[in-house]
Design a binder for this molecule. Structure first.
Ligand code: 1GP
Length: 252
């Protein structure tokens, strides 16, 4: 029996068909207070962002649920958890990226957190979106790399990236997410994005170190269907820039 995609994944798939590529903004409850993230959510939704991600690497403050509940009261675009670990599970979210850190060899982040989290998600009714998560060297040691005790894929090894994404697809994952980590010096190379996008059948998602509409357009031009920014929106809080980023992703 094939498990059908849930409503959020279906809406994302349909929106990709419609728009070509989608723009996702990441809000981190550890970095900003709930009210500040709500403001960024409003700016994002008003500027054409397609999906909000909420999460990060640590969850030092137990604010994920509170932040998501507050965001859900003011925006109607999907709110999806981007978890660093099982502590991020929040029943208020529409869905969660059910990430397996396939670029690493740490069983905790390949399957361990998932076994703890799966029954919690089922009880909470949060849709899991099975996602192959791959770190790519971004020029500095990222929080994810340190917290997961894994190594990133070298920037000059598209063949390694391709094999990981295909393995994720063959394991049934629905998205191949390549991340340079928040604040990466440089985004995931276009060569990697193009090589993977031409090789696998699942949508390629890219994040980490994307700061300009031009950089976003290049990554989408290389074949990314889902593009994530966090840091630049958080730092600038500039609705005009968010709109320019959204337009670049949507090819306008
Ligand atoms: C990090 O891909 C996200 O996991 C976002 O990265 O904060 O650098 O935009 P930035």
């Amino acid at each position: 029996m094939t498990v059908p995609p849930g409503p959020v994944l279906s809406s994302i798939t349909n929106a990709i068909e419609d728009k070509g590529a989608l723009y996702l903004v990441l809000l981190d409850p550890d970095r900003l207070k709930p009210a500040e993230n709500v403001r960024l959510a409003e700016i994002s939704a008003g500027a054409g962002v397609d999906v909000l991600l909420v999460g990060g690497s640590l969850s030092l403050a137990p604010r994920c649920s509170e932040t998501i509940a507050a965001i859900k009261r003011v925006v109607d675009i999907p709110v999806v958890i981007f978890p660093g670990n099982v502590a991020f599970v929040a029943p208020e979210a529409d869905a969660i990226l059910f990430l397996s850190l396939v670029s690493g060899r740490n069983p905790q982040f390949l399957i361990g957190e998932h076994v703890i989290g799966a029954p919690i998600l089922k009880a909470a009714g949060v849709e899991p979106i099975p996602t192959a998560y791959m770190l790519v060297e971004g020029g500095r040691t990222t929080s994810v790399e340190f917290m997961s005790a894994t190594r990133a894929i070298p920037r000059n090894k598209p063949d390694i990236a391709m094999a990981h994404a295909l393995a994720g697809q063959y394991l049934g994952m629905r998205i191949a997410f390549f991340d340079g980590g928040s604040g990466a010096d440089a985004p995931v190379p276009e060569e990697i994005v193009a090589a993977v996008a031409g090789y696998v059948d699942i949508p390629v998602m890219v994040g980490g170190g994307i700061r300009t509409p031009e950089a976003a357009a290049k990554i989408v031009g290389a074949g990314a269907k889902l593009l994530v920014t966090g840091d630049v929106v958080e730092r600038t809080r500039d609705a005009g820039l968010v709109k320019e980023m959204a337009d670049a992703v949507h090819g306008r």
